[in-house]
Design a protein around this ligand. Structure first.
Ligand SMILES: Nc1ncnc2c1ncn2[C@@H]1O[C@H](COP(=O)(O)OP(=O)(O)OP(=O)(O)O)[C@@H](O)[C@H]1O
Ligand code: SF4
Ligand SMILES: [Mg+2]
Length: 337
């Protein structure tokens, strides 16, 4: 872990037991079924950086997010934030302090706000939980400041969540996330439920707040065109594994993994270069019975015998890490985009 690393995730794995009830299993002579939602995922996030995770639905992005904020225990692996290992039970005191430093923003701003609470109570909750202000007046002032910070009015604190639009509700979630003065915010598809024009405003707000408070983001999205403008580095996930990690510019200019190439080919051509847009091909296999070898092989135009039998390992080329036999063997042509 180098000096500026704030978050370090190593060999993170999460299995879910998706077996039928015991009686059915006995009658149907079936064993336990385990779903490998996240498989040996490792990455670091530097202070002030935005690291993005992208991938199709079911690739394990939210499961990583929940483990990183401590909402879900890992089956294997470690998460270190500011050098503190989240699984180290001997560090309970420090852990409580650390909890205030980590916040999460979810996709659906309505579901994550208590509909019966006024906005001022929602935003004050973390301030009270971590005992961050001396009295009620100070809390009220701080809530007003937070509302102003996210582009709302202090008087909005008296209203209930249903009185706001989707974009405004996400602003409330951001204000609540900032209330405990976090260093690190995990954003799980924060704008996917919003209209495109509102999306752009929320993303701009997040970038402005990041600059103002030196925030570090783990930003999750299935949409590469959003991630392009938010992230310093990008990790591409497929069926629970990280298949490529690269700086954003490098990933867009020179994607290495065939899956990354497929995702990029599907991104609308904003530069109007005349490049043809191709839809993402094939379907994600059932994660309970993943394909042998490289799990991407049934969809991969470059798959060969080795791909069908041997699991590829991570190799690092310049500033890109990639998991692919064809890249390792040098049999993929450089992409022209
Ligand atoms: N609590 C759970 N029990 C059983 N399986 C689960 C559970 N949570 C997630 N999964 C499975 O784990 C895999 C990864 O799910 P996850 O929600 O992390 O994917 P995702 O990349 O966030 O997808 P999306 O883009 O749809 O949000 C999926 O196959 C999902 O069905
Ligand atoms: S290892 Fe083989 S199947 Fe997997 S992405 Fe690379 S070329 Fe395709
Ligand atoms: Mg998700």
């Amino acid at each position: 872990m180098d000096k500026s690393t704030l978050v370090s995730v190593s060999n993170l794995t999460r299995l879910f037991d998706v077996s039928k009830p015991l009686l059915n299993r006995v009658i149907e002579r079936e064993g336990k079924k385990l779903l490998r939602a996240v498989d040996d995922v490792s990455f670091d996030i530097a202070e002030g950086e935005t690291f993005a995770l992208v991938g199709e639905s079911g690739s394990g992005k939210s499961t990583v997010a929940k483990m990183v904020v401590g909402l879900l225990p890992p089956t294997e692996g470690h998460i270190r934030i500011d050098s503190l290992d989240l699984s180290d039970k001997s560090q309970r005191g420090k852990m409580r302090e650390m909890r205030s430093q980590i916040q999460m923003i979810f996709q659906d701003p309505f579901a994550s706000l208590n509909p019966r609470w006024r906005v001022e109570k929602i935003i004050a909750e973390p301030i009270l939980a971590f005992n961050l202000e001396p009295d009620d007046n100070a809390i009220k002032r701080r809530v007003g400041d937070l509302l102003t910070l996210v582009g709302l009015d202090p008087s909005d604190g008296r209203k209930f969540p249903h009185e706001f639009s989707g974009g405004q509700r996400q602003r409330i979630c951001i204000a609540r996330a900032l209330a405990s003065k976090p260093k690190f915010i995990v954003c799980d598809e924060p704008t996917s439920a919003l209209d495109v024009s509102v999306q752009a405003q929320i993303l701009k707000l997040m970038r402005d707040l990041q600059d103002e408070f030196s925030l570090t983001f783990l930003f999750i999205s299935h949409d590469l065109s959003i991630v392009r403008h938010m992230a310093t580095r990008i990790g591409v996930m497929y069926l629970g594994r990280l298949v490529e990690i690269s700086k954003t510019k490098t990933l867009f200019r020179n994607p290495k993994h065939p899956y990354t190439r497929m995702l990029l080919d599907a991104v609308p051509d904003l530069e109007m270069s005349g490049r043809e847009r191709k839809p993402v091909e094939g379907e994600i296999p059932n994660p309970i019975n993943p394909p042998s070898g490289c799990t991407f092989h049934p969809r991969c135009p470059f798959a060969d015998k080795r791909c069908r039998t041997e699991i590829p390992v991570l190799i690092t080329l310049n500033d890109t890490s990639v998991v692919c036999h064809a890249v390792e063997e040098g049999r993929l042509k450089q992409s022209s985009s």
